[in-house]
Ligand binder design. Sequence first.
Ligand SMILES: Cc1cc2nc3c(=O)[nH]c(=O)nc-3n(C[C@H](O)[C@H](O)[C@H](O)COP(=O)(O)OP(=O)(O)OC[C@H]3O[C@@H](n4cnc5c(N)ncnc54)[C@H](O)[C@@H]3O)c2cc1C
Length: 479
Amino acid sequence: MRFGCPPLPSGRDRQPMFKERKLSMSRPLRVAVVGAGPAGIYASDLLMKSDHDVQIDLFERMPAPFGLIRYGVAPDHPRIKGIVKSLHNVLDKEQLRLLGNIEIGKDITVDELREFYDAIIFSTGATGDQDLRVKGADLEGSWGAGEFVGFYDGNPDFARSWDLSAEKVAVIGVGNVALDVARILAKTGDELKVTEIPDNVYESLSQNKAREVHVFGRRGPAQAKFTPLELKELDHSPNIEVVVNPEDIDYDAASEQARRDSKSQDLVCQTLEQYAIRDPKGAPHKLFIHFFESPVEILGEDGKVVGLKTERTRLDGNGGVVGTGEFTTWDVQAVYRAVGYRSDAVRDVPFDDERAIIPNDGGRVIDPSTGSPVTSLYATGWIKRGPIGLIGNTKSDAKETTEMLLADYAAGSLPAPANPETDAIIELLDDRKIPYTTWDGWHLLDAAEREAGEREGRERKKIVEWNDMVRFARPEYEI
Ligand SMILES: Cc1cc2nc3c(=O)[nH]c(=O)nc-3n(C[C@H](O)[C@H](O)[C@H](O)COP(=O)(O)OP(=O)(O)OC[C@H]3O[C@@H](n4cnc5c(N)ncnc54)[C@H](O)[C@@H]3O)c2cc1C
């Protein structure tokens, strides 16, 4: 339990959280969905749209829902953040109950959940950084991109201030997260003040000294993992000059094939080619995108970053690269390692440590010791297939996973829970004095953030502190 709090009204005094429904069977199918990011919400939506009578409890570790839409998508991407509006329609449904501020595996165990639900879907996503095994990665000034994202997106689990004294910065990685980090570093604090960033984030960003941001990829433009829109958008800031060296535009036969196979990859290549040949617009902050430079070592002095050493690579004919033995030292004072996110295990649920996913077959959780499905457990989203892809991709995951679950239900292979009453879980939460948040609570927190934003002429200003979020969402708690 994270906070002391008075018990919630219990039994008769509490309003039923699900409205009465006419049941086609003796009782509804009860599903716990663990993780209120897009994957969990889309899976809930599909279950509720099925022919079955379904009740869903959507558990979320944070006091607020929406996962990486709230704590990953960059603040200067309001269109993407706006996806939450369409997710509201799902959370508004009477068959679904949001139970936030509850960590499954810690506040409630998976075995306990089994007592209340026919099935459990894990949609726990990812928050940590994947390791980059390069010498110097632990120097001061070398950060995982996810740590910086957690900071600027106001995630209470991350730092409240950030050292932005470096004038030249390296970002390792050529995916969209690398672009987000590079763009936020290359923009001015004032450019970002119009977004939802909280005051503590603005205070650090307004001190940002970065004038050169260098993004590094070990392979070429046809292997970059950017999406076209995000790459094009870099150029929209009047403060950012995107620079690509024409010598870094190179394709082998496999690269040409990759362009023919994917319209999106071809658009990425075309945009990079445009950046390489156009006249400079004269913007003050330079954002260089370098290809064929493989990071070899982050260089340090007195424990702090003073440079990055890379080895020039060249294409091997199959879309891979080989080292050329030609090394460059880049004068940078900070390095951000944007080489991917990593999921965490949930206690008592199988976990493939190497791939950092819950082992599964199309969404059915698999026991690695037997290779057989674990009864009643399912996975969807990034925890199912790894931290790759956009919000929209979690829809197809959810379809596959929910189809498996419903097929198992129809086949009678989901054992009935011991305690399927709707409010039994609420009694457990009350008994443990867990200060859970609800969908109504999200509306209160949302209103508070909007009000704080409107006072400054912006749409929203995020509330960062965990206790403050709970306080706004459940004003009756004393924290
Ligand atoms: C930095 C960054 C920027 C991105 N920008 C974009 C973008 O601009 N456009 C786009 O389309 N996509 C973007 N994405 C990708 C997008 O965020 C993901 O595709 C999507 O969020 C994955 O959804 P998910 O539900 O699987 O995981 P998540 O969004 O990570 O949601 C998982 C949820 O589970 C909760 N949880 C975890 N463990 C537990 C537990 N034990 N108990 C209870 N709850 C738990 C977490 O708190 C979280 O809320 C971005 C990703 C990152 C990292």
